[in-house]
Design a protein around this ligand. Sequence first.
Ligand code: PRX
Length: 633
Amino acid sequence: MNFQITSEQEYQAAYNKSVDQPEEFWNDIASNFHWREKWHTTLKWNFETPDVRWFDGAKLNITENCLDRHLEQRGNKIALIWEPNDPKERALRYTYRELYQNVNKMANILKNMGVKKGDRVCIYLPMIPELSFTVLACARIGAIHSVVFAGFSANSVADRINDSQCTVVVTSDGLNRGAKQIPVKSVVDEALEHCPSVEKVLVVDRLGWPVNIHTGRDFWYHEELKTVSDQCEPTIVEAEDPLFILYTSGSTGKPKGVVHSTAGYMVYAGYSFANVFQYKESDIYWCTADIGWITGHTYILYGPLLQGATSVMFEGVPTYPDPGRFWQVIDKHSVNIFYTAPTAIRSLMASGVDHVLAYSLHTLKTLGSVGEPINEEAWHWYHTHVGKGKCPVVDTWWQTETGGIMISALSGISELKPAHAGLPLPGIQPILVDGEGNEIQGNDVEGYLCIKFPWPSMIRTTYGDHERCRINYFATYKNLYFTGDGARREANGMYRIIGRVDDVINVSGHRFGTAEIENAINQNKKVIESAVIGYPHDIKGQGIYAYVILGDLEANNNNQTRDEIIESVVEHIGRIAKPDKIQFVSGLPKTRSGKIMRRILRKVAEGELSSLGDTSTLLDPTIVDEIIAGRLT
Ligand code: PRX
């Protein structure tokens, strides 16, 4: 690994080079990877169309970089430690050689099921080793994986499968979640009633449950395993061939399929992992995210495996069997680098510090945070009680669309400031702009966060709808990638992320469009109209507050109606998007042109009643008094 920055001076030098000579900068980093053929053009870009190409001409397979090239030196090194939901169940350890064999077997199974290069495979699996095998197996054969978080509903699964026309689904009978066992295959069965593109389904037996097997369509993984070899030649792909699609919510319409390409994503995943966490060869690394989200893609699988690291994959939840589970697992596996989300920290904080103090945690060197702004209280608790005051906390800002960490301290190298993501990684050029897109110069300023130069792992398109990609990210401000976040740049140049400035809410680090939740609520026949906003929530960061107009006024305040509305959301999106508060109202604050004044709804939900602003121009100003009177606290 010749690209690890080891001091502040090196950071500065690398940063300057990345701006002055970006192509040379990335050529050097990319030369640390294994290529079947080298690129002839490092970068071609145009943010208008948009069209961004990295390492054109190169040929590679990312799994050769994650697996094959480690076999000689690290064949017997543990690649993956799988920690089950139930602490009494045995943890599983896979060496690089064993992981390689399992990936090859899965790749051969997928091939036997007819999967070819460029085909889309939907992976709807819980956090079990087979999820890792399947993701990498797709990459092995040049298929495009689309992992769908196993908490999404049948409707969401169907939408995602149909959008990208997946031909194969890989799933399991059910999943463990703390004390609960939850069906999974039956969700797929329901989804597939509306998915004509799907030809085959592979089912992993996790719980020993009986499932419906549609003859000719559905196959058991353990049966197929018996028929395949553990060798599978990697399919060699072009640099810009898509590696995966990952659906994420935006402010309008249905979730969009963010498309990442192979070479650029690989280079950035390996580079950012090594630098942010300052990974060293013998480190045990644990990221608690689910592989259903981008964090799991880049920092459980690709980033660590590209560096030959040992990565822990956890099936369970932080509070099962008790709120000491994370800390118990850290001691059990001697974890050195721990990467989690502020929402998890806040919920464990609420359970009391005794759960942490019961464990030694002496192996920890670096702590990471991701997904939402980390408040100072949570930062200090994490730093003091988990890190014992000696582990740097890296607050990593990035997005599904950026593919990897963009703004963050480098552990042990950069200055830390609680609640500040810090400085950009070398290669990343953030700027702040005002409402007109003019760059805001200098420090101690606030604005909309944009990126002005391409980086290798950036979004290439939104699947099947390139125009949507252009409008969402590249049309707001000319020649800039717009993140959707607002940020401050402090006097010392550090960035502090303020949060989303669009109609996207971030609940426990998960993104939802307000329109998406409103659509789900409106599926309930009693509902005439709804407006959803995010409000500050002690544990989740943001909670979901829904203002709902019912057709039948008698149903107001009726708990049953509330439950039915929640059920609609669970059915259309999944249990992760359940509204926390539902207030029935007779109308919504609208302008004369019919636009909902969300700002007013937000202020009411936050209890900031003195700063509602001028409401006299509303179509019906009295509605605001009614909403205030019925406010849920
Ligand atoms: O608002 C920012 C917030 O999460 C959004 C991206 O969400 P998603 O694509 O689901 O990816 C989450 C994991 C990378 C961003 O637009 N966000 C993410 N990390 C941080 C953050 N906000 C503040 N600080 C962070 N460290």
